[in-house]
Design a protein around this ligand. Sequence first.
Ligand SMILES: [Zn+2]
Ligand SMILES: [Zn+2]
Length: 145
Amino acid sequence: MKSPGKIKRAALARDDHNEAFRCAVCGREVDAQGAGTRHRNHCPHRLSSLHLDDTPGDRAENCGGVMDAVGVWVRQDGEWALLHRCRACGAFHSNRVAADDNPALLLQLAAKPLAEPPFPLSRLCEMIGVEPSEPLERSKQNESK
Ligand SMILES: [Zn+2]
Ligand SMILES: [Zn+2]
């Protein structure tokens, strides 16, 4: 049952996961320093990864597609995690956020659903049956005019 793919996977599995790699998206060299985690599996600049693992660090996946960070979620312990989606096969993976991940990109991912709601925000009060409240100071000023 030995296939070239399995030999390749075994070779990859031998590697220390903290080894430096070149990011397939931004081309920068990424090393383990500063990650604050044993598994450096994504680029701290673009947060992108490669579809190489089935479970984190196992190198059991043959896909190899680029995985884009498409969202963040908060784990039970309060730690942020990234959601990665593979461009090639569409698989989703969750990965721990590293200490040196680009904070602007993390916040952008967290804010994106709020910035692009699936319904018009102007209709939110109407939808939940609440009267829109006006700023008190401004309405008083308007009355006095
Ligand atoms: Zn990168
Ligand atoms: Zn994939």
